[in-house]
Ligand binder design. Structure first.
Ligand SMILES: Cc1cc2nc3c(=O)[nH]c(=O)nc-3n(C[C@H](O)[C@H](O)[C@H](O)COP(=O)(O)O)c2cc1C
Length: 222
């Protein structure tokens, strides 16, 4: 088996055979970053990006130390960027202590990255349950399994709990999952990065203005 260094030397980003780096004109970008996100998301889907709705969610622990993991995007609109998880998970505890997070999307087929930062709040339980019950049986079973981030004694214990959760999710599609929580990240900053073959990558950063409703835009050096 090849070692990491050997493999790294053989790898490139943005192979023209699989990546289409599109021209990006920041001057023509919409005033609201949610609109540009919706456009780029639709383009990532149309370009065949695998799992474009997965994103890295970064939080900080009680000591201010960073932590990150991948979660699914549940929406991006006037309510902010939404995701769902267990309130009693590690990230749930971190968000309760410091309700602030960062998200990163990477869509390699278009050489695009989107970064989002801002405060996070938990939606009312009814909204979280409506969102969960509109999803798949597997999503409900996973939410019903619970105990996320707690120590697991054995794989058999997980299998038993998961089988029971699948059985309940199939029988009771509106079963409540008490700790499952929908969070909205209300962005203060959103940055769009378009990769360029000559490394003249374009970065367009949106910042909320003082009044909290409008957006200020500026370019950043790559
Ligand atoms: C593709 C993918 C999607 C995931 N989506 C979610 C999700 O939407 N919600 C969630 O709680 N965990 C999701 N996970 C699992 C998390 O990455 C993580 O393992 C889990 O939430 C525990 O994180 P924590 O210990 O920091 O709380 C996903 C993992 C992957 C690889």
């Amino acid at each position: 088996m090849k070692g990491v260094q050997e493999l790294l030397r053989s790898l490139r980003v943005w192979d023209p055979a699989v990546t289409e780096l599109r021209p990006f004109e920041p001057d023509g970008a919409p005033g609201d970053p949610v609109e540009l996100f919706a456009r780029w998301f639709a383009e990532a889907v149309a370009a065949g990006q695998t799992e474009p709705h997965t994103m890295t969610l970064a939080t900080a622990d009680a000591d201010g130390l960073p932590d990150a993991r991948v979660v699914m995007l549940h929406g991006a609109d006037a309510a902010g960027w939404s995701f769902a998880t267990h309130a009693d998970s590690r990230k749930g505890g971190q968000l309760a202590g410091r309700p602030y997070a960062a998200l990163v999307f990477y869509w390699p087929v278009l050489g695009r990255q989107v970064r989002v930062r801002g405060p996070v709040d938990a939606a009312p339980a009814a909204e979280a349950m409506a969102d969960l019950h509109a999803r798949s049986t597997g999503a409900l079973a996973a939410a019903l399994t619970g105990r996320q981030s707690a120590e697991l004694d054995s794989v058999e214990e997980l299998t038993r709990a998961s089988e029971a959760a699948w059985e309940r999710a199939s029988r009771e599609p509106a079963a409540p999952a008490p700790t499952w929580t929908l969070y909205h990240l209300r962005p203060h900053e959103v940055e769009f990065f378009q990769g360029d073959a000559h490394r003249r990558h374009l970065r367009l950063a949106y910042h909320r203005t003082e009044n909290g409703t409008d957006w200020h835009r500026r370019l950043l050096w790559p």
